[in-house]
Design a protein around this ligand. Structure first.
Ligand SMILES: [Mn+2]
Length: 250
C-alpha cells in the first residue's frame, strides 16, 4: 500500500491523570498509530503532547516511554514527524528533535501538502487577548525564568510544575470553556482575519481549545480545531484529496 495520508493530532497532555490514566491514553495512542501507520506518510503533533515537559542539561522528566518509542520508530522508518510546542510543553530544545528525529516548530507553519496550502498552529495566543493568560505565557517564554527554574532540583521542580498543571487541568475539567460561536470564538476570529490577509490558504488546523470544530470560512478556506485526547480521542487526516476530522473508535 502506498503511504498517502497526513495525520494531525494534538492535546494528548500525557502525564496528567486528571481525566483518567495517562498510561492508558498512551497505550490507546500507540494502538491508533499502529492502526493507521500503513498509510501514514507524515504526522503533525500540534502541541500540548505533554502536560509538562522540561529539559535539564542532562535529564528529562520520567515517563512517556511508549509514546516516545513509537514516535522514534515512525521517524526511523521514514515517516515525517513534526512537533509543535503548545502552551504546556514549550520547553523543548535539543533532546526530542535529536532523540526522535522530529522536526520542531515553535511558530505557526504554512506548508504545502499534496498541492493544498495548510496553516498549522497549536493556537495559544492567537486572537486571544486575555491578559492573565498573556502574562503567564510571557513568563513561560522568558529565558531568565526558564534558567532559574532549571536550577531548582528536578525532584522538586517537576513536582511543583505537575501540581500546578494538574490544578489548571482540574479547573478546566470542572468548568470547560464553552465554544463561543463563530462570531466570538478567538481562534475563529483569528482564522477569519488571517485568510483576509492570506486568501490562498486552503486549510487552517489548530489544537489548544479541546473542542472539535470543522468550519467552512468561505468558498476556499476551511478551519478545523481537532479536539483532544482527554475527551474526544480525535484527529484529522488528509489523504491528498479530502480532509476529515475523525474520532478513534477503540
Ligand atoms: Mn491543551
Amino acid at each position: 500500500m502506498t503511504k498517502n495520508s497526513t495525520y494531525f493530532v494534538s492535546d494528548m497532555h500525557f502525564g496528567t491523570d486528571v481525566f483518567g490514566s495517562s498510561v492508558e491514553r498512551e497505550k490507546r495512542f500507540v494502538r491508533w498509530i499502529e492502526s493507521v501507520r500503513g498509510n501514514m506518510k507524515a504526522l503533525y503533533l500540534l502541541g500540548d503532547v505533554f502536560d509538562f515537559w522540561f529539559e535539564y542539561r542532562h535529564a528529562v522528566p520520567q515517563g512517556f516511554t511508549r509514546f516516545l518509542g513509537k514516535i522514534a520508530e515512525l521517524s526511523d522508518e521514514g515517516v515525517e514527524v513534526h512537533y509543535f510546542t503548545g502552551n504546556h510543553d514549550i520547553w523543548i530544545y535539543r533532546y526530542l528533535p535529536h532523540e526522535l528525529g522530529v522536526i520542531l516548530h515553535r511558530e505557526p507553519l504554512t506548508t504545502n501538502i499534496d498541492g493544498k496550502i495548510f496553516y498549522l498552529a497549536h493556537g495559544d495566543g492567537l486572537g486571544d487577548n486575555n491578559l492573565s493568560f498573556r502574562f503567564i505565557r510571557g513568563l513561560f517564554h522568558n529565558r531568565a525564568c526558564r534558567y532559574f527554574f532549571s536550577l531548582i532540583h528536578p525532584s522538586f521542580g517537576i513536582w511543583l510544575a505537575l501540581k500546578w498543571a494538574n490544578h489548571s487541568r482540574r479547573k478546566e475539567f470542572e468548568h470547560p470553556a464553552p465554544y463561543l460561536g463563530e462570531e466570538r470564538e478567538p481562534l475563529v476570529m483569528y482564522a477569519k482575519d488571517y485568510i483576509r490577509r492570506y486568501p490562498e490558504i486552503d486549510y487552517l488546523i489548530f489544537g489548544h481549545r479541546h473542542i472539535m470544530l470543522d468550519l467552512m470560512l468561505n468558498r476556499r478556506s476551511r478551519m478545523m480545531i481537532i479536539g483532544d485526547w482527554l475527551k474526544y480521542f480525535s484527529y484529522a487526516v488528509f489523504d491528498g484529496e479530502k480532509l476529515a476530522l475523525e474520532e478513534v473508535i477503540r
